[in-house]
Design a protein around this ligand. Structure first.
Ligand SMILES: Cc1cc2nc3c(=O)[nH]c(=O)nc-3n(C[C@H](O)[C@H](O)[C@H](O)COP(=O)(O)OP(=O)(O)OC[C@H]3O[C@@H](n4cnc5c(N)ncnc54)[C@H](O)[C@@H]3O)c2cc1C
Length: 173
């Protein structure tokens, strides 16, 4: 790789969302910037891979309204296209079948699910920091399918697939 100049005010290492954002703001403030990216493409985890006609997000796929990411993209004039995520329900694949939560649960499961979701904010997360999600769920959630959907939510929030290694205090907080 050859650089256009011998020296820059700032070198940003990594051309993911963070590096690119930092580089744009630095350049806007009048500094010369070079972005050094080890891969052949920019974007880092923001990349989407296309395989057999299906799209796989390596990382981000959604943003919070009112969050910093959306505000910055707005400021930079590159608002992402897309729709709104359904807030009321969640869809999972359980034993090879698509199940919508809460409508696909039995009445008992549904009651437990609602109780669980409604009670999460009351849990003293500090006291279960060193308890794993698996340990906590096995002692606190009676019905297996409710537990499995709880694990699915924890995986999605934390990007951690191993429920025996994930802190219940962290995940619930
Ligand atoms: C599965 C998953 C889902 C996510 N979903 C969301 C979501 O829905 N919404 C959301 O807001 N966030 C989400 N995130 C978080 C989001 O991906 C990150 O906050 C964001 O992508 C971080 O950007 P970054 O630039 O810091 O890191 P990265 O995207 O990881 O970019 C780092 C870049 O640095 C490069 N690099 C690393 N080392 C070197 C080196 N030595 N020299 C040169 N280049 C180097 C890498 O190749 C890469 O391009 C998700 C993350 C994951 C893993």
């Amino acid at each position: 790789m050859t650089l256009e100049k011998n020296s820059y005010d700032t070198a940003v290492i990594g051309g993911g969302l963070t590096g690119l954002t930092a580089a744009v703001y630095l350049a806007r403030s009048g500094r010369s910037v070079v972005v050094l990216e080890k891969e052949s493409r920019l974007g880092g985890l923001a990349e989407t891979a296309k395989m057999n006609g299906a799209l796989f997000n390596l990382g981000p796929h959604a943003m919070y309204e009112g969050g910093a990411a959306l505000r910055i993209l707005n400021e930079l004039g590159c608002m992402p296209e897309g729709g709104y995520a359904a807030k009321g329900s969640m869809i999972g694949i359980l034993q090879g079948r698509i199940v919508e939560v809460p409508t696909g649960l039995t009445q008992e499961e549904n009651m437990e699910w609602r109780g669980l979701m409604g009670g999460l904010s009351q849990i003293d997360t500090e006291s279960i920091r060193s308890v794993s999600v698996q340990e906590w769920a096995e002692s606190s959630i009676r019905r297996e399918r409710v537990r499995l959907f709880f694990y699915a939510m924890c995986r999605q929030w934390s990007y951690c697939g191993d429920m025996s290694a994930l802190s219940a205090g962290f995940a619930i907080e």
